[in-house]
Write a protein that binds this ligand. Structure first.
Ligand SMILES: [Zn+2]
Length: 323
């Protein structure tokens, strides 16, 4: 079984492609798109297995088992995404196989350097007649237009909360799943990131209060002290903590913006209080400021300094946008 298989087999994409395949209507170049990296990668693999298994994607035959191990000769997967790995992949795509079709699968296509993507273009334009391409993409902007325009594109829809929750409960305890669900936004990937990172929720709660409480520049040092950046021992731990606070801050901001735009009423009281204090113009600017702070964290600037500056800049923006 692939990860989250039951959930993924219920997606519209899986059902549509299965039907198209049975009716010999399947596109020969399929692009599966989703920011949810776990869903994207696994759905690509499941579709490959669906196309190659001769027993209706049974999941138990020899073919299915070999596919799950990545060892089935008619399923061509690059060893790696470097020039060498892709050269071998391309030549394997032109080789004859014993099965009726072969599937060429690159489940994280966005990671291929644009120059190497160009090399794949010819293969995609003039494939051997029996080849079906499946590309998984988590970031569409990283894929060349020429590749995109040749593919039939499918976007994975957000998962229904209940279905996602049940799928997570097969692997994780209910306490972790409940906490993660509040932030999952219908994404397996987001939910698991929260489950794997319990500190995130503490960071979220801290950011919620800081954003609500911050008033004037004289109080900002106290705000910075509410984070545990200073208590981290090594510099890289401090950077990691900063990054976690910034991620959590983005989450707070998303919820405020959704509440303000009427997209989601089911929010914490503090989100409602924050909503009263900041207008939309300010919130949009805060979003940019967080992105800027993330860049500084990437560049290894002083973590507490970056955080302090961010809060300062927010006060300034708030003053400008609301007076
Ligand atoms: Zn099978």
């Amino acid at each position: 079984m692939f990860e989250f298989e039951n959930l993924l087999k219920e997606t519209k994409i899986y059902k549509t492609l299965k039907k198209d395949f049975k009716e010999s209507n399947l596109s020969h170049c399929i692009m599966i798109i989703s920011e949810d990296a776990i869903a994207c990668e696994n759905l690509c693999k499941i579709i490959a297995r669906m196309l190659l298994c001769e027993n209706d994607d049974c999941g138990i035959c020899k073919t299915c088992k070999q596919i799950e191990k990545g060892l089935f000769p008619s399923l061509i997967i690059p060893q790696n995404l470097t020039a060498d790995g892709l050269r071998d992949f391309i030549s394997a795509c032109y080789k004859k196989v014993d099965t009726k079709i072969k599937v060429a699968l690159i489940s994280n296509f966005q990671d291929i350097d644009p120059r190497e993507q160009n090399r794949l273009l010819k293969l995609i334009e003039e494939p051997a007649g029996d080849t079906i391409f499946i590309m998984g993409v988590t970031k569409v902007s990283a894929v060349l237009e020429t590749i995109k325009s040749r593919a039939t594109k499918y976007t994975i829809e957000k998962f229904d909360d209940n279905a996602l929750k049940n799928a997570l409960l097969e692997q994780y305890d209910s306490y972790s799943v409940e906490r993660a669900m509040a932030f999952s936004e219908g994404s397996i990937d987001k939910a698991i990131k929260i489950i794997d990172n319990p500190e995130f929720i503490d960071s979220y709660n801290t950011m919620l209060r800081i954003f609500n409480d911050m008033q004037k520049s004289s109080g900002l040092l106290e705000m910075v002290a509410r984070t545990n950046i200073r208590n981290k021992r090594t510099f890289s731990d401090k950077i990691n903590a900063l990054e976690r606070y910034l991620d959590a801050f983005e989450e707070v901001l998303r919820q405020v913006v959704e509440y303000k735009s009427g997209l989601n009423d089911n929010v914490d009281d503090i989100i409602k209080q924050i909503n009263e204090k900041y207008n939309m113009a300010t919130l949009v600017n805060v979003e940019d400021l967080i992105i800027e702070a993330k860049k500084k964290a990437d560049a290894n600037c002083d973590p507490e300094g970056v955080f302090y500056q961010l809060l300062m800049d927010i006060l300034e923006v708030r003053f400008k946008c609301q007076s």
